[in-house]
Design a protein. Sequence first.
Length: 304
Amino acid sequence: MKNPLRHLAVAFRTWLGWRQEPGVFRLRDAAMQFHRVVLPGRWLARAAVRKLARASMAQRERDGAYRITLPGEGGLVFFWPAAPDVNLWYLVEQETDPRNPHCYWTAPVMLTPGSRVLDVGACEGLFAFRCLRRGLAREVVAFEPSPRMAPLLQRGAEANGVADRVRVVAAAVGARRGTVAFDLSGGEQAGHLAEGAAGNALVPGTTIDDFCAEDGIQLGPHDLIKADAEGADLDVLKGAERSLRRGSPQVAVTTYHAEAHAREMVAWLRAVQPRYRFRLKGFSFWTPRPRPVLLVASALEQAR
């Protein structure tokens, strides 16, 4: 059970520590949905169940997967491997509500109809599908290592009529290429790279730089690397160093999986690409201690 006063104190100290980096972690960004950081989890869970019921329709498929339809998003569809639960609402909300700090497509990220998006940890594909249906990208390369989720991701692309602009790559992305162990014991949404853990699947691994070189892709400042790699997020960036140096693509990456990631990512990205402007958003309410949720970076002049 969370201790509200302790969470408040941790979050406040963390935010104060960023004051030496003006403009990176602004107070209004630190306060995004801060009530969730201090309110009891059971209250949040009850509200999430009600919101999911209002915002979605679920239909069980023959293979046991669930087809989830979002009427408020123009009938957007995705497929989920289990019955909807409280966590599914948080997933839907982070992709559809710009007030959620986990939402990737807020400023300074600016996508255009000509943007290419590399979606690392695409999971069910909501981010990819919304980008394409809203005309915010010409192509999404969706990396999803989970043997269960990758086919559901492809099915969702077909159901949304964007299969011709989504490339599903069934591979993990990190700092080096080669076969890697993937642990699914925490569920599909929390699958992560792991060494030697029981029950792991062996999946192919690649890096952003290797993939782009082999595919003839040159990322530019209007393109986006989006990553939610369940702890391998910094490795994803390190495996994209050449692309970041040469093309300064925009970045939207989760920072809450490790205590030090926010600091390490800002420092590393600043050294690799001095043109970047940074924005940290929100505090996690689902981790033992609150941590910054998302880092976005852009070199576009309009992002100043």
